[in-house]
Design a protein around this ligand. Structure first.
Ligand code: CTP
Ligand code: MN
Ligand code: MN
Ligand code: MN
Length: 366
């Protein structure tokens, strides 16, 4: 049963932004979707560079004002390569691009999509399973595939975790965490980051940033918060990581793409009580939650880094390093010319250091 439902439906992975882009001209949205499919497929094949090129092209389309009816209108837009132009042209002329349709129908693409939507399964694992002849979620169970604790939880809650999280649900989880931190360390603030901070109506998870106005007080907070939430039966799965960042180590080497930050964090699955929706009969729904603890001095950088979008962060960091010779990450901003860290008490100040006009969260959806 799981098999037929999941193999046939497109999934909402790439489509998560489809609803978001609903106001767009129809054909432009279709081209974007086509390019995102190719980006996804390239990622499944391990071609990160190609994947990024298609993602960039899709973002350029997203940023275009008004309706796109001919390819000429695109002019010599930087960021749209020849392959992407061909895809856009096909979609404009025929409504579909044969290459993209072929990808969507391919067994490998569909299986990779199915497997990578399991929490804890990346391209490498999914690809190995595909090589081994596994095709469905049932296969994973019946053939006794070795799964990590995280993957077991991902499989157990597959449907819930692939159902978009609504803003109201995110706010309710934020309140629950707020309650927990007030018990453990009064004065701690809880900030909703990620897509919801950018104003998106849904997300794939809830990203919460914790900090305390007195430096150092946040140490050890996370494990107490998680224990308390767990004692209230609010947590279905969790995996915590300790803080491994020391400013003395100096900045990360520039150019390291998507380097993980090193805050104390917890990747978790919450058990959220619900009245309606898919989990209504059970009365609860599983929701992915990321909890991140930042010391107050790093908070603006953490907030900027965890608000996203991923693409916006990538471009901003690239701008910092190429145009300003500065290294920006979720911990700090480092000026390589002057050999010093540039402190900030707000996101606004970080943009000032970079010599950029402030970009509010709602405009970081590119
Ligand atoms: N992020 C990060 N380190 C991670 C995971 C995420 O710095 N280990 C950042 C990402 O760069 C992104 C933000 O946190 O900018 C939110 O990530 P994510 O939850 O994956 O994406 P959202 O933009 O929130 O989109 P969604 O609604 O799908 O959750
Ligand atoms: Mn909705
Ligand atoms: Mn998120
Ligand atoms: Mn997240």
């Amino acid at each position: 049963e799981i098999e037929s439902r999941h193999r046939l439906r497109g999934g909402w992975g790439g489509g998560g932004d489809r609803e978001w882009g609903r106001g767009l001209p129809y054909d432009s949205a279709l081209s974007q979707e086509a390019l995102e499919t190719l980006a996804e497929e390239a990622g499944f094949s391990g071609s990160e560079g190609r994947s990024l090129a298609f993602t960039r092209a899709a973002s350029v389309l997203k940023a275009l004002p008004g309706r796109l009816s001919t390819l000429e209108e695109l002019g010599p837009l930087p960021g749209i390569g020849e392959h992407s132009r061909r895809v856009i042209q096909d979609v404009l002329e025929d409504g579909v691009c044969a290459e993209v349709e072929r990808v969507k129908l391919s067994e490998r693409y569909q299986t990779m999509k199915l497997f990578t939507k399991i929490f804890g399964v990346g391209v490498r694992t999914a690809s190995r399973w595909y090589q081994e002849g596994l095709r469905t979620l049932v296969d994973l169970q019946e053939r006794g595939t070795k799964l990590t604790r995280q993957q077991q939880a991902g499989l157990r809650h597959y449907d819930d975790l692939n159902t978009p999280v609504e803003r109201g649900e995110a706010e309710s989880i934020s309140r629950a965490v707020q309650g927990a931190v007030q018990r453990c360390l009064p004065g701690t603030s809880v900030t909703l980051a990620g897509g919801f901070r950018r104003g998106k109506p849904h997300g794939h998870d809830v990203d919460l940033l914790l900090t305390h106005p007195e430096a150092g007080r946040e140490a050890g907070l996370l494990s107490r918060v998680v224990s308390w939430l767990d004692s209230q039966d609010l947590i279905l799965y969790q995996h915590s990581q300790e803080n491994s960042y020391a400013l003395q180590e100096g900045p990360e080497p520039p150019g390291g793409r998507d380097v993980m930050d090193r805050f104390e964090r917890c990747f978790s699955i919450f058990r959220l009580e619900v009245q309606g929706g898919p989990g209504a009969a059970r009365g609860w729904k599983a929701v992915r939650v990321d909890l991140v603890v930042a010391p107050i001095s790093q908070f603006p950088f953490a907030l900027l880094g965890w608000t996203g979008s991923r693409h916006f962060e990538r471009e901003l960091r690239r701008f910092a390093s190429h145009e300003r010779k500065m290294v920006l990450n979720s911990h700090a901003l480092y000026d390589s010319r002057r050999n010093l860290f540039l402190p900030a008490v707000s996101e606004e100040e970080i943009f000032q250091h970079l010599g950029l006009e402030y970009v509010p969260p709602a405009q970081r959806n590119t």
